[in-house]
Ligand binder design. Structure first.
Ligand SMILES: *[C@@H]1O[C@H](CO)[C@@H](O)[C@H](O)[C@H]1NC(C)=O
Ligand SMILES: *[C@@H]1O[C@H](CO)[C@@H](O)[C@H](O)[C@H]1NC(C)=O
Ligand SMILES: *[C@@H]1O[C@H](CO)[C@@H](O)[C@H](O)[C@H]1NC(C)=O
Ligand SMILES: *[C@@H]1O[C@H](CO)[C@@H](O)[C@H](O)[C@H]1NC(C)=O
Ligand SMILES: *[C@@H]1O[C@H](CO)[C@@H](O)[C@H](O)[C@H]1NC(C)=O
Ligand SMILES: [Zn+2]
Length: 441
């Protein structure tokens, strides 16, 4: 384990892209609330955030951390538990063979579209010419292309409760508030944040009984990664969740920055059984501590959405990333109730309509996988007036105060220096990273 000072340093890399450097990346702008067919999946009553026991994804995670002599899992936060997971960007050359095999099988079966990774250009995931991010071949979430298999909207009248980037040191207040008000929520957790915050994890999962979903292991722009690096990001997050929940395999993930495309979606679904949940309104609360937005601005947006149309319902992007972002939610909560919103954990949204039971496949013959081939063929583009490079709150500078606030703002992440070789980093981001270490020194 790391001494606290190292941990603080380590804490930064996840915070780095999401807080410090997010100002370079105008990708949280998903302001449109246009009607679309991408309403949340209609799941059968009793459907949970995790797959049934017989889902084939279980075999990817079964052998890892279980105690062979007792058949039990090391307790969350124990030394044996902590020792089992990467403490930085996972090394994709040392993955469990079952994960590698599952990827290879999916590729050989033609289930993973062969499109190139994006590269970050001025902070925007960018594809080589000939690959239209809004076309059905790529269908980039960053460019607001909605694959009908993704969840962007809630059904009428429903507000899907969900929070990103936890668990952090600010999560316990949120969890306490949610429990006091009997609100069930989905926490899109960063794998390495679970490693650093086991007590908060237990509060969400055990005390609150909340739903857990995957938000990757170290929060990269997923479309920039190779297939095998994607497997590492999904696999380790699911492994730590599996081991920490007595063997539950999550059904849902949310891409950091909303950045996904047909290749990433297919690996999520075909290899790991994960369905993508995005959002239809964005508070930009992740930038509260960096001057990107203000409590007043969030209050205004929230008021507008909560008093506005109920069709489609709301899936609001919110974070458990700072005291302020948690406060913004607690401020808005009474207004949600006053306006008659039905609150539901975003991973349990349902409205009684027919459902697809495909949680993704690993076995071609598995009953749950029969319809999943649509991921590579049925994407639709919804061309949007807002491009990926549209306006963004002016949180664009890596000032030392910005960096300091993020340094104390999040616990748990990977070490940027080792991550850097893996992540295509634009010069702006590089400057941002350099500024970070300068500040810390
Ligand atoms: C497995 O369980 C045994 C018996 O309780 C214990 O002695 C051992 O330390 C455990 N091993 C791990 C890796 O947790
Ligand atoms: C359990 O046994 C498997 C297979 O022998 C081994 O790979 C794994 O490391 C063992 N797990 C522990 C926690 O000892
Ligand atoms: C939840 O309720 C408990 C008991 O009344 C109280 O101590 C705690 O402060 C409340 N949490 C929040 C976040 O309001
Ligand atoms: C906006 O702020 C007012 C005054 O503090 C508060 O009463 C209200 O609940 C807030 N609304 C939202 C949606 O946060
Ligand atoms: C799938 O089912 C078909 C028909 O039942 C069978 O011939 C084939 O061997 C099965 N494939 C696998 C991988 O189980
Ligand atoms: Zn995030």
């Amino acid at each position: 384990m790391f001494p606290p000072s190292t941990r603080r340093l380590l804490a930064l890399a996840v915070a780095l892209p999401s807080l410090v450097c997010a100002g370079f990346v105008p990708l949280h702008d998903f302001h449109d609330h246009s009607p679309s067919p991408t309403i949340a999946k209609h799941l059968p009553p009793g459907t949970k955030w995790y797959h049934p026991r017989d889902h084939p994804a279980h075999r990817l995670f079964a052998r890892q951390a279980t105690n062979n002599s007792t058949g039990s899992f090391p307790s969350v936060g124990s030394p044996a538990w902590s020792a089992a997971y990467p403490t930085t960007t996972p090394d994709s050359s040392q993955l469990p063979q079952a994960w590698v095999n599952a990827l290879n099988e999916a590729v050989q079966a033609g289930k993973i579209p062969n499109i190139p990774p994006s590269t970050l250009v001025n902070g925007n995931p960018t594809y080589p010419s000939g690959y239209d991010p809004l076309g059905s071949q790529v269908c980039s979430g960053t460019y607001k292309c909605r694959n009908p298999d993704d969840i962007w909207d809630a059904p009428e009248g429903i507000l899907g409760s969900g929070f990103d980037d936890g668990p952090t040191e600010f999560s316990p207040t949120l969890y306490s508030f949610l429990k006091n008000n009997s609100v069930k929520a989905t926490h899109f957790m960063i794998g390495i944040n679970i490693l650093w915050n086991p007590t908060a994890f237990e509060q969400a999962y055990v005390t609150n009984g909340d739903d857990i979903a995957v938000h990757t292991y170290t929060h990269p722009y997923m479309t920039t990664l190779s297939n095998i690096d994607l497997v590492a990001q999904f696999g380790w997050t699911m492994q730590i969740l599996y081991d920490s929940t007595a063997g539950k395999v999550p059904r849902y993930w949310r891409p950091p920055y909303g950045d996904t495309d047909e290749r990433v979606r297919a690996i999520a679904l075909e290899v790991f059984g994960l369905t993508t949940i995005v959002w239809n309104q964005d508070t930009e609360d992740w930038s509260l501590t960096t001057g990107g937005t203000t409590m007043q601005a969030i209050n205004q947006s929230m008021t507008q959405w909560l008093t506005g149309t109920k069709s489609p319902g709301l899936i609001i992007l919110e974070h458990e990333l700072s005291a302020e972002s948690v406060q913004a939610y607690m401020d808005a909560y009474p207004v949600m109730i006053q306006n008659g919103w039905k609150l539901q954990s975003v991973s349990e949204i349902q409205d009684g309509q027919p459902f697809r039971s495909d949680g993704g496949i690993l076995d071609v013959n598995d009953s749950v996988g029969a319809t999943s081939s649509t991921t590579s063929s049925s994407a639709t583009s919804s061309s949007s007036s807002t491009s990926a490079s549209s306006s963004h709150p002016a949180s664009t500078t890596g000032t030392s105060s910005t960096l300091r606030s993020s340094a104390t703002g999040t616990v748990g992440a990977t070490h940027q220096s080792s991550a850097g070789s893996r992540w295509p980093i634009s010069s702006a981001l590089l400057a941002c990273v350099a500024g970070l270490f300068f500040t810390l020194a």
